[in-house]
Write a protein of this length. Structure first.
Length: 565
């Protein structure tokens, strides 16, 4: 068993800076996007291979949009008010080519859309950037979740909450960059904004965005409100904000669905099961004592806030991650809160393969998935393309990232999560970008290309399109086989090995001979895309005998199914 030997020395000095990255991530990424590619504008390569019908083919288009509404497959962290994320090729590549059916528009900020207070009772909203993003993604048939933020210098009251960890020189942050309640005289302005936003995109024919193709009905007020960097008030104040937003949204359109800000509970649970496997538990328990003492009150508040918010006014719970244990934990908490029928989404999944940063913080930097012992070295190398080891490490990392995209989806589908907003849209491998922003995207702004993770996500969506059921089959230790039932009753198995050891790039991945349940006859095996220059998967034919398929499995998932006639 390998566990990370990373030293906890110096953590009390580093943790404010590292936690500050949570906020600076967006700003740093914007800078990185501007500086990261010296080769000029990104090429427009999607459209080629697009699986999206044109709106002119009305029947096919309406069927595609209707089926997409129920699809679980999406992408997160599209900052639609930032111009880099409105380059039209991004929606064509991730929507048209990869085939995601949902996108999370992150940080749709009241203060950016309405930068000044209304004059004479008249609001001046700047809709143009958001309209442009909506148009781009809807042209690809993609449904939109809008994550709303409420940072407004002219409207916000002075925060009531004393910071738990952002104190001293950093105490100004919650007062200036976190969401909070409006002043009493601006409470109606908040509700006017929400109503105008929903009305513009609800597709009812009244005051709609010109060219709107279908309704946008899902809105998430605030992001991870338990974190003082994102919400500067108490749980009760967030509940009041949520109530005001929900009432205003439903007045504009009764069909709107409100998604609760992401929650997080402790103790840590498992990735594949409710509980961690023995190796992962040993890894986690060895590292947990290195959590900085100053962050423990934050963790207590995280759990208390999350639990209190379950009683508020919302329709859908965001579990953030797709881990089987996390989704199961959220369901247990919902039952305790008297809300057993609330749907659970996983709206903030990182598609980055886990690396452990120097700060140890449960479910933030420390996950129930053992990281390589050289994680800090890999974090440095992957954001330094001139490093002598970059090519080898980046090639290794991108293959594991592709595998992680598949695993994230399968554990979430098995747990019953209804939406999987899986991964960052863009990454940028420059010194300004902290982990996971340097390596967590489907597309690189540094190298102007889609990563293997994007081609693998495309493959997964093609294989599991129209999925109706997913269960994990009983198998020997370390072997994972998921049986997925898709449209028409067709079955697709997804199989791989995980020995729960975080291998380094120069160490072999786990391999094992396996015997998988499969009816007699030919079997098509399709491997995920892991090579940097590959876009199509490798396929071959195997044969099942005695209702078993015998094959060698690795950490990289394969799809197993009957060949088409």
């Amino acid at each position: 068993m390998r566990v990370s030997p990373l030293s906890g020395a110096g953590l009390p000095l580093r943790f404010p800076i590292l936690k500050l990255r949570t906020f600076l991530a967006y700003t740093q990424l914007a800078c990185a996007l501007a500086l990261g590619s010296p080769l000029g504008p990104l090429p427009c390569v999607a459209g080629e291979g697009s699986r999206v019908p044109r709106p002119s083919d009305r029947a096919a288009w309406e069927r595609y949009v209707r089926e997409g509404r129920d699809s679980p497959f999406g992408v997160d962290y599209v900052f639609a008010l930032n111009s880099e994320f409105r380059k039209p090729e991004l929606a064509r590549e991730l929507g048209g080519y990869v085939g995601v059916r949902w996108v999370n528009f992150s940080r749709i900020d009241w203060g950016q859309i309405e930068p000044a207070a209304p004059r004479g009772g008249k609001h001046a909203y700047r809709w143009a950037p958001l309209d442009e993003a909506v148009r781009q993604w809807q042209e690809q048939g993609v449904h939109i979740l809008m994550s709303l933020r409420f940072v407004s210098p002219w409207a916000n009251a002075k925060p009531s909450l004393k910071p738990l960890y952002l104190d001293g020189l950093l105490s100004w942050l919650p007062r200036t960059v976190a969401d909070y309640r409006p002043k009493p005289e601006h409470r109606k302005d908040l509700q006017d904004f929400v109503s105008a936003l929903v009305e513009r995109y609800d597709g009812d024919g009244a005051d709609d965005m010109p060219g709107l193709l279908f309704p946008i009905l899902h809105y998430q007020p605030c992001n991870e409100a338990y974190n003082e960097l994102f919400w500067a008030g108490t749980a009760e104040e967030y509940g009041a904000q949520l109530k005001d937003v929900a009432e205003a949204a439903r007045r504009a359109c009764p069909d709107v669905r409100v998604v609760l800000s992401g929650v997080c509970f402790l103790p840590m649970s498992g990735f594949y099961d409710e509980e961690m496997d023995p190796r992962t538990r040993a890894y986690v328990e060895r590292l947990l004592p290195r959590t900085a003492p100053k962050m423990r009150p934050f963790l207590d508040r995280m759990v208390e806030f999350s639990r209190a918010s379950l009683k508020f006014d919302y329709d859908i719970l965001d579990a953030r991650w797709s881990n089987y244990g996390v989704v199961s934990q959220c369901r247990r908490e919902l039952r305790r809160a008297g809300r057993p029928d609330v749907a659970v989404w996983s709206a903030e999944i990182y598609s980055a393969f886990p690396l452990l940063d120097a700060m140890v913080l449960p479910m933030t930097t420390l996950h129930p998935y053992p990281a390589p012992s050289r994680s800090l070295e890999y974090i440095r190398i992957t954001r330094s393309p001139r490093d002598p080891q970059f090519d080898a490490v980046n090639r290794w990392y991108r293959g594991l990232q592709a595998a992680m995209v598949v695993k994230n989806c399968l554990v979430g589908l098995h747990a019953g999560s209804k939406r999987l907003m899986n991964g960052w849209a863009l990454d940028s491998q420059v010194p300004l970008a902290p982990y996971p922003l340097a390596v967590g995207g489907y597309k690189s702004t540094t190298f102007r290309k889609l990563w293997p993770a994007a081609h693998t996500y495309k493959l997964l969506i093609e294989k599991l399109d129209g999925i109706t059921a997913c269960r994990r089959l009983p198998m020997p230790e370390f072997i994972y086989v998921y049986e997925c039932v898709v449209r028409g009753g067709r079955k697709v198995l997804v199989a791989f090995v995980d020995d729960h050891i975080g291998q380094n790039h120069d160490e072999p991945v786990a391999e094992v001979d396996a015997s998988v349940p499969f009816p007699d006859g030919p079997v098509r095996r399709t491997s995920i895309i892991t090579e940097l220059d590959a876009t199509e998967p490798r396929t071959d034919l195997l044969k099942a005998s005695g209702n078993r398929l015998r094959l060698r499995l690795t950490e990289y998932p394969v799809f197993l199914e009957r060949p088409e006639p």
